[in-house]
Design a protein around this ligand. Structure first.
Ligand code: GLU
Length: 400
């Protein structure tokens, strides 16, 4: 009798987490490695947010809180949705979990089961299909490649919906491509969704604040208020305020779904860290200057990285409108051999060769459902990025 459960077999380990951990371990061993695998800002959490956490500890806010968030944090989240997205939600329509990932996990587990389907445009963040599969439901992967700006079209959505579809999962700006849905792109999808009242939308907006000039962030519940009762809008402080380790994500949506998530969370993690919640409230209510500073740094880095990649043989790279990833095609390297003698027969082989021969850690495209690409996170110091680009260029030039 196998000890591990059959349910667990539906889940693969996260490739982004695996690559980030592997890069960290190699660096700790003293390897000369530039890690561009982890999807997290390289900045410190702003000082006033750290101070708020210390004050919360000193005040004795070290006990359990309400399962799905303190009243203070929920009020800060409600104000955030009003301010940024023109969305009004009450406390019973807001949930807080241990990161956006946890909130998405809860929402899918609370709603999906065998026979159900969730539409996931590809390339996708690695965890969506696995999370869907874990519930026993089926992820319906819909291609959304560079020829369509990495965005799901209304026709493709219409073609993917069946009477089993429960969710459409959207992520904008996107991990791994940095593509983003404009208000009119969302309006076209909403038009299709109006014909299918049973389909809900999970809008993963975690990169909302990393949106570059020329792209105006929009989200489904705001663009199509008539669909609000079937939209779950997920966000968090991790990427916006450089708070990945604090583990605070949140969402707003219909009260019955929020109540279901609360029930699930009450039997698993209970509340997210009380101290992190105080810090998150300070992030959302305090000065917002950090957002523009981080955005400017990411924009500068994006331009350096995109230009460098497009100058390399065998590599082409679209210009993202947000987030801090690029998703270049490495089609021109496939079928070749690296200077170190590796056969580059897949994007996984390219990523492996980059790690071993160039000392740069990236994540292979197959993990995100669209090959042959690699994902590069440019949330790294400027000099590290410049060095990494020089190494990747030398690698590409050395391929035969
Ligand atoms: N979302 C980040 C990434 O894609 C963090 C790791 C993860 O949870 O996938 O790298």
């Amino acid at each position: 009798m196998a000890f591990l459960s059959a349910t667990l077999e539906r889940l693969g380990a996260s490739p982004t987490v695996a690559m980030s951990n592997r890069a960290a371990a190699l660096k700790a061993e003293g390897r000369d490695l530039i890690a561009l695998a982890a999807g997290e800002p390289d900045f410190d959490t702003p000082a006033h947010i750290r101070a708020a956490a210390i004050e919360a500890m000193e005040r004795g806010e070290t006990r359990y809180t309400a399962v799905d968030g303190t009243p203070a944090l929920k009020a800060a989240i409600a104000a955030k949705f009003e301010r940024d997205n023109d969305l009004a939600y009450g406390a019973d329509e807001i949930t807080v979990g241990a990161g956006g990932k946890h909130v998405i996990w809860n929402a899918l587990l609370a709603t999906l089961g065998p026979g159900d389907e969730a539409i996931v445009p590809a390339p996708y963040w690695v965890s969506y299909p696995d999370m869907v599969r874990f519930t026993g439901a089926t992820p319906v992967i819909v291609p959304a490649g560079p020829e369509q700006r990495f965005l799901l079209t209304a026709d493709a959505l219409a073609g993917a919906i069946t009477d089993r579809t429960k969710w459409l999962i959207l992520n904008s700006p996107s991990n791994p491509t940095g593509a983003g849905y404009r208000a009119d792109d969302l309006a076209a999808l909403a038009e299709v969704l109006r014909r299918h009242p049973e389909v809900h939308v999970l809008a993963d907006d975690i990169y909302e604040h990393i949106a570059f000039p020329g792209f105006e962030f929009a989200t489904m519940a705001e663009v199509a208020p008539d669909l609000k009762a079937r939209v779950l809008t997920v966000n968090g402080v991790s990427k916006a305020y450089a708070m990945t380790g604090w583990r605070i994500g949140f969402a707003c949506g219909p009260a019955p779904l929020i109540a279901a998530i609360r029930k699930l969370q009450s039997q698993s993690t209970t509340n997210p860290s009380s101290i992190s919640q105080a810090a998150a409230a300070a992030a959302l209510t305090g000065p917002q200057d950090y957002l523009a500073e981080a955005r400017a740094a990411f924009l500068r880095r994006r331009d350096v990285v995109v230009a460098a990649l497009n100058g390399m043989p065998g590599v082409t790279c679209d210009t993202p409108v947000g987030a801090f990833y690029v998703y270049p095609s490495v089609a021109g390297l496939i079928g070749r051999r690296s200077a170190g003698g590796r056969a580059l027969d897949s994007d996984e082989a390219v990523a492996e060769a980059l790690l071993e021969e160039a000392g740069v850690a990236v994540v292979f495209g197959a993990a995100f459902g669209l090959s042959p690409h690699i994902r590069i996170s440019y949330a790294a110091a400027d000099d590290e990025l410049a060095k990494a680009m020089a190494r990747i260029a030398e690698f590409a030039e050395g391929c035969r």
